[in-house]
Unconditional design. Structure first.
Length: 469
């Protein structure tokens, strides 16, 4: 029977004369998903039982029996011998039923002043809090990997793109640090979500609170929450903490996907910027020469998957009246899968980035192509000839057109050709047309100059605990 206890009574079945259909049992069961919240459920039960005993609602003898029984349940789960039963619907009823089998009547007192509604969401908040901390920790490790690459390549010149067209030379170290900044904001969002969810719903019961003299501050403190939630309706029905968490994961995976896309492009024969190791490449069943960046491609796809999980949860929530509805059972599956996907993508990205081999010669040649130092020329005209920038922009455009017509790049023009457009130019102009000179000149705060990049690297090493403070 659904929810059957050791003595043959259903956990919730007193109102019912007949068993539910097999189909409703199947659709109603969530044990295959929420069993991973087992230890969080046990933590909640321990805190609840201690509080009930402290308040004189159950005896200390019963509490000791409950705590001993939960010890045994914990060991069974860790040993893989716990008898999970789909007929008992979820992890909460599975643990309670097993507790009844182990210690008898005291177990039946554990649910006093508690509903599955507040019990479930307490465990879910505890699980999500832990998952957010773990996700932020994974991002920290990825940031360290990116900083290490940036340190090695602080003065490696590469093309910077806009519209995927060569724009200006930049340093590879600068490019890597851009993602470090993105992931720092992502980490902040995840930790902020963890802080905001850190209120305890335990004691809200089904939706209205309880008539028993419980101490919600005690259970909140025991579980590491900042405070109990102030409204019992909100406590059992709120899932914005899961929505905020999934939104944060989705935004971060958007950043991971952008990096993955660059890895796909850079590792292609057309770019040739980087080569992935064998550990992060796959082959073709028909083309023996292929080295496919499958991990990067899958990260792009999985970013969309997590976004869809966020949208699915939001769609489930948007029309739910207060307080609880069974729709909320699906929140855990969506959230668990999103965190699993996120963790996998972060680890894969760290592995790829850490082992990538960059071709500095190809990067340098690409950085010099496409008239990439045209902006440096315009700046030179402003600085040295006191030319208004718009006029300098026009003059530079004419010089680019002249070089393009001859099949040259800007540094390949002779000084006489340049003077045909702007007579005041001298040989000195060529000093600003190399890619190295271009990146060295970008010394404004946040710029691509190796000097600024190294400064940022040193600051990140301190922030990420990579060097002693």
């Amino acid at each position: 029977m659904v929810g059957e206890t050791k003595n043959g009574q259903q956990m919730w079945g007193g109102r019912f004369a007949a068993e539910p259909s097999e189909i409703i049992q199947s659709i109603n069961s969530s044990i295959d998903t929420d069993r991973r919240m087992a230890f969080e459920d046990i933590l909640g039960s321990r805190a609840h039982a201690d509080m009930l005993a402290e308040q004189g609602i159950i005896s200390e003898t019963d509490n000791r029996a409950i705590q001993d029984g939960l010890d045994q349940v914990t060991e069974e789960i860790r040993a893989g011998t716990f008898p999970f039963r789909r007929s008992l619907e979820d992890i909460h009823m599975n643990i309670e039923a097993r507790l009844v089998e182990l210690i008898g009547d005291p177990a039946s007192r554990l649910h006093t002043a508690r509903s599955r509604n507040d019990q479930v969401v307490t465990g879910f908040r505890l699980w999500t809090r832990r998952a957010l901390d773990s996700a932020a920790s994974g991002l920290r490790q990825l940031q360290r990997v990116l900083v290490e690459v940036a340190d090695r390549e602080s003065d490696t010149v590469m093309p910077g793109f806009t519209h995927l067209q060569v724009a200006q030379p930049i340093t590879l170290g600068h490019h890597m640090l851009a993602y470090v900044e993105m992931f720092e904001r992502d980490s902040g969002r995840l930790l902020a979500a963890a802080s905001r969810l850190n209120e305890s719903p335990l004691g809200a019961c089904a939706l209205a609170g309880t008539g028993f003299p419980i101490d919600r501050d005690a259970t909140s403190e025991a579980l590491g929450f900042d405070r109990p939630m102030a409204n019992s309706l909100d406590a059992v029905s709120a899932r914005d903490f899961a929505l905020e968490s999934l939104a944060g994961l989705s935004i971060c995976l958007t950043h991971l996907s952008r990096l993955a896309e660059e890895i796909v492009l850079w590792s292609s024969a057309q770019f040739g910027f980087v080569q992935l190791t064998d550990a992060w490449s796959t082959g073709s069943s028909i083309m023996p020469q292929k080295r496919n960046p499958d991990a990067a491609e899958l990260i792009r796809a999985k970013a969309s998957l997590v976004t869809s999980q966020f949208i699915a949860l939001q769609g489930s929530m948007k029309a739910l009246p207060l307080a609880y509805a069974k729709d909320l059972q699906e929140d855990k599956r969506l959230t668990f899968e999103a965190f699993d996907t996120f963790e996998l993508c972060v680890k894969a990205t760290s592995g790829m980035v850490e082992t990538m081999a960059f071709d500095r010669d190809v990067l340098r040649r690409s950085a010099a192509a496409g008239f990439s130092t045209a902006t440096d020329l315009a700046d030179y005209l402003v600085r040295e000839l006191d030319m208004p920038f718009r006029e300098a922009h026009h003059v530079t455009g004419r010089l680019v057109a002249l070089a393009e017509a001859g099949g040259h790049d800007l540094p390949d023009l002779s000084v006489e050709q340049m003077q045909s457009v702007e007579p005041r130019l001298t040989e000195d102009v060529f000093s600003v047309l190399t890619v190295e000179a271009s990146v060295r000149s970008r010394q404004s705060f946040g710029g691509t100059s190796p000097l600024r990049v190294v400064e940022q690297i040193e600051q990140w090493k301190i922030r990420l605990n990579m060097v002693p403070k």
